[in-house]
Design a protein around this ligand. Structure first.
Ligand SMILES: [Zn+2]
Length: 110
């Protein structure tokens, strides 16, 4: 019964690939530092502002931008909270500050 063994082999390959992907996703999530979250927050803010025709100074909430994020961002320091801020402002972490405070040598145009 060669047909059956091929099907079983196919299922086994799919399971191994799926498992490896899940493992990699977990590892990336665990290693993600706060500065990446701030960049993601900033990107999501820009996206939201663009789609909602928001002007600089318009208030943005975490609820507004959550649809643009893969997951709710949390700081690697448990007490760190994210302040989304207004359009045109950088998102801020209560522990780490803003992206530009994080890495002053790397100016982010976004
Ligand atoms: Zn932080």
């Amino acid at each position: 019964m060669k047909k059956w063994s091929l099907i079983i082999l196919g299922i086994a390959v799919v399971l191994v690939v799926a498992g490896a992907n899940a493992l990699r996703a977990t590892r990336v999530k665990a290693a993600q530092p706060c500065s990446n979250n701030l960049r993601n927050l900033d990107g999501a803010k820009h996206q939201w502002a663009l789609e909602n025709k928001a002007k600089p100074g318009d208030p943005v909430t975490m609820e507004n931008i959550l649809p643009y994020l893969a997951r709710t961002p949390t700081c690697n320091v448990p007490s760190g909270k994210y302040l989304v801020g207004k359009v045109g402002e950088e998102p801020k972490c209560t522990i780490h500050g803003t992206v530009s405070q994080f890495k002053p040598d790397q100016t982010d145009s976004f």
